[in-house]
Design a protein. Sequence first.
Lengths: 357, 357
Amino acid sequence: MGEQSYGPPASASIANPAAEPAPGGPVRDHGGALDAAEARFGRPAEGWVDLSTGINPWPWQPGEISADAWNRLPDRAANGRLRHAAARYFGASPDALMAAPGSQALIQAVPRIVRRGHVAILGFTYAEHARCWRLAGHRVTVEESLEAAAGADCVIVTNPNNPDGRQVEPARLLELAGRLAARGGLLVVDEAFADVTPDLSVAAQAGTPGLCVLRSFGKFFGLAGLRLGFALGTGELVRRLEEHLGPWAVAGPALEIGTAAMADAGWIAATRVHLANAARDLDALIECYGLTVIGGTDLFRLAQTPQAVALYGHLGRQGILVRSFDAKPDWLRFGLSPDAAAWERLRAALASFNLAA
Amino acid sequence: MGEQSYGPPASASIANPAAEPAPGGPVRDHGGALDAAEARFGRPAEGWVDLSTGINPWPWQPGEISADAWNRLPDRAANGRLRHAAARYFGASPDALMAAPGSQALIQAVPRIVRRGHVAILGFTYAEHARCWRLAGHRVTVEESLEAAAGADCVIVTNPNNPDGRQVEPARLLELAGRLAARGGLLVVDEAFADVTPDLSVAAQAGTPGLCVLRSFGKFFGLAGLRLGFALGTGELVRRLEEHLGPWAVAGPALEIGTAAMADAGWIAATRVHLANAARDLDALIECYGLTVIGGTDLFRLAQTPQAVALYGHLGRQGILVRSFDAKPDWLRFGLSPDAAAWERLRAALASFNLAA
């Protein structure tokens, strides 16, 4: 199977030169990739242009946060308001979902509450799935097709996929969930980037036996520091995840901001169009300078060039951080430039790189 | 041993009348006690005076939070700044501590990373300890003395204790940690309320084999909604807890606010005196109306009266919520009144309750 996944962030090994590999796979980095990039490239005089994430650079703007949200333990009513706003946003029942402090917490939690067995991950994809299922004692394989994965006890599909944007049709996923449910299995669909492809989501089908959907709040809404994510599934799955995460798992400000943001239908619709246009614009820019766009979502684009390793270093020395992949040395993933200055720095850096070198 | 612990909150059974008991003990409530109180007493016209918690009603005031804290994944540098500020505040080494999204997350995590065995809890105390150790598969007993507990594989001591304020001398704890370490055991000291009794803390001794200290940020700093807590211990324990909680566990705003608040030595010193005076003032008030103060900390006071059950209901009908204990029917725990209006409402409600009835 080879290396079919990658970790957070790709540069973790730079930041942790002496760390031993974790049992489940690559070393984790408790922070962003910028720390590691600075250790390698130094701090750029003009500051970093961080294109290494898939986080919307134009965040939803929180209003005033209530004193209660900061000062009191998050209460049942605030949790309920968030659950209802999220349910409307996902088109699901409030009883079929629960909130967590980030989707990473759920990527860790689901393997811990599922009976140990064979877990097949549709790769190449985000490495945290394999790492967390292995750490929880499961036997993990990474497969190249849904057919090859379908025989396992649990199947993990990131849809749309990170980093290549591969899409699996909802009907195929629902059919697989049904087959898995019939033998006590589970399909986990990581929809971390599905906010920009709502037609691809199976979140509205949450409650279907055998289906677990994970959603990220911070990526599309541009509020990754808030730590908010959701799991959707049967009442039993939701109850067991709530039990595992325990009381007061989500901070008060996250409950309040999430409730308001997910109800902001105008911002959501406009942002989808805005991100789609920015993604097309990014494609045009990087293709003008000789890279081939081979996939992605409207929150990031995946480019291919035989000179990816050299280009990564060239961009890094110009203070521009993109995502590279140890197992895919000719790939680079680009996030969206937050403003005209960042766009021009990227353009100039691409222009000054001799692709023929 | 009987009922030697209580749960969050005491009124959970009101809010969850149909819920089945969780395997580890009492049903949990994913929120504050006010929801449950409202279901029982209705919503008071003047709003609730919530004296049911041990949270400082005069919170540290966060300044402007950086956009990065909201928008970006919390990075290694922000984590490092918090660790250093916390280390100075606790008098410990930065390498001997880790941050978590609330001390509840740590009360859940520690039992999950410790080899299963016999766990003895010094009771009567906060029920989450027993519940979480049982849920993780340990054999749990609740003991009335440190001597009776000392033979277990793990010993759990809340110091100062909640709700009665019982104090165990640091020297006795360190001696016990040494004995436990010699046979591969662990002493967990929950110092959730130790900010008001710093001389009682063993946090500065973190790194000592066999010792794990849990600290809450939100109670003393009045920011319970932020979700921030700390575990202190050996490098190995800290590493395993970080591994269990995974990357980006603490939200960006919590990292930033925690760093600033724990470095605010003036506020910390003044607040300790302010809380001590408020606690003495609360003692005087409730003793004037015939209750006996039998313990507590400067963040809450524990009172005894044979009429506690009736008084709890009387106060609830006046819109004043205190903490009651199913297993200790003659106890009531009072938090500090946030302002003069709340103090007067409590005074008037105590005055209108006929203690001789």
